[in-house]
Design a protein around this ligand. Sequence first.
Ligand SMILES: NC(=O)c1ccc[n+]([C@@H]2O[C@H](COP(=O)([O-])OP(=O)(O)OC[C@H]3O[C@@H](n4cnc5c(N)ncnc54)[C@H](O)[C@@H]3O)[C@@H](O)[C@H]2O)c1
Length: 351
Amino acid sequence: MIIGVPKERKVHEYRVALTPQSVRVLVQRGNKVIVEKNAGVGSKIGDEEFRRAGAKIVESEEELFKSSELVVKVKELLPEEFPLIRKDQVLFSYLHLAANRELLEALKKSGVFAIAFETVELPDGSLPLLSPMSRIAGRLSIQIGIHFLEKTGGGKGVLMSGAPGVKPGKVAVIGGGTVGYNAVLSALGLGAEVVLIDINPRKLEFFHEEFGGKVKTLPSYPDLIKKELKDSDLVVGAVLVTGDKAPRVITNEMISEMESGSVLVDVAIDQGGCSETSRPTNLDYPTFDVDGVIHYCVTNIPSLVSRTASYSLSNNILPYVLKIADGKVEEDEALKKGINVDRGRLLLRLD
Ligand SMILES: NC(=O)c1ccc[n+]([C@@H]2O[C@H](COP(=O)([O-])OP(=O)(O)OC[C@H]3O[C@@H](n4cnc5c(N)ncnc54)[C@H](O)[C@@H]3O)[C@@H](O)[C@H]2O)c1
């Protein structure tokens, strides 16, 4: 199969979907790989490295899409890229269609076969192609939060660890999946007081047993969320209902009752965000203010650590790229769940 890897066009998107290591495996298995010029530069991977791995470098995105049977990229297509996709081509990338009706319509119209990383699902319900980036975004959510809590970041000036005789900062994490778990680990590492809220009692059980008394666990009831948010310094939005819009568990009222200078990092923004006050931002202008609460709603957080993220993503998607290239999508139940649009037909259940 002819596999194409374009350069990402989203603002400050520095990741590349396949690294030279993965390209070499694909080429050894009889595929042809083409990579757009400078596609890896943001991850410190030069064209020469791709060439050495057996890829052909092409000059333009147009040429890449025209020549590829399978396009593997990181982020969803931007409107200016919609005309590039074509009938019977396979597109394999993050899509987040529940939060992007414009892209959904474009994919349907094009006749493309679109498989979304984020809905590839193993029999146990886990999401093997979302979790590598969620792990990274979860760790970063705390790093980002502590930066904006500093005075020069616009925050209230709180040190997470506290100081002798001074209480630590408080972090509330809503959603105890991959993002939530990694956010909790980082927050605990800094010495913060941590609260984890999830709708699934099994998740609460897990956190309670894993962290003993160090993490307070609570069910996802509006009254409890409201109470916890009031005195939280940093809130991490990490909820997900696979393939669907994020549930709006944080209301305007809850935000208005938080202390000014507090921070909300809404990682779930790629699925629409879990606060009524959230709207997507980018790495150029990552934050905005609502009632004095700093909102960080960047849809491509892992791009901040592009090199780590590219290698992690590429390692995880490679087995699935090989299956697609071998024409074995229908034989793999996890991959089948990733099919969002099949030549004009929407297979994802949306409200
Ligand atoms: N912004 C970014 O750059 C970025 C990067 C990576 C992941 N994400 C997003 O982060 C979100 C979380 O991803 P994940 O991999 O941790 O998902 P996950 O499926 O591992 O975890 C989601 C958790 O949310 C919980 N949940 C669902 N509804 C809830 C509710 N009403 N109240 C409380 N908890 C609820 C689930 O029980 C689950 O534990 C997703 O939207 C994902 O796409 C964003």
